[in-house]
Design a protein around this ligand. Sequence first.
Ligand code: ADP
Length: 152
Amino acid sequence: MKIAVFPGSFDPITLGHQDIVSRGLPLFDKIIVAVGKNANKQYMFSLDQRLEWIQQTFSDEPKIEVDAYSGLTVNYCRDNGADFILRGLRNPADFEFEKAVAQTNRKLNHQLETVFLLTSSGLSSISSSIVRDVLRHGGDYTQFVPTAVRVP
Ligand code: ADP
């Protein structure tokens, strides 16, 4: 069974994330969208809120699981039988960062392959941090996020 983990903060999930997961579906038998818990990071939304939005976004897709984890992504993959990490690439900065992470992960676990999907045109400018900025200043964030993400 080909299992991929799509790790991230998803603070909040955006149309960019949704696109990468949807396009990854034909490649894998199962994709686990895994929210990493990092004690040193300040999040805008609680873990429960972020998980709920992801679950609602993919509620019609049986091949997608949603989970939270802490610690090394490679260990989470091993514990869940995943041989693949799925990531998205938006720009050269993503590439440089992702290259270092993927090469390190492969040193930690030689079985693990990171699969990159290029952002779809029109979605490359979307990031969770920009969505948070728009939200903080009262802008229309709804055009950047799945319909499940609504902030009262
Ligand atoms: P992290 O905190 O690990 O960067 P994010 O939630 O910001 O987590 O992103 C998770 C993954 O989604 C990363 O691989 C990132 O490159 C990808 N991603 C985020 N936004 C987009 C987008 N607009 N298009 C394609 N991939 C994206």
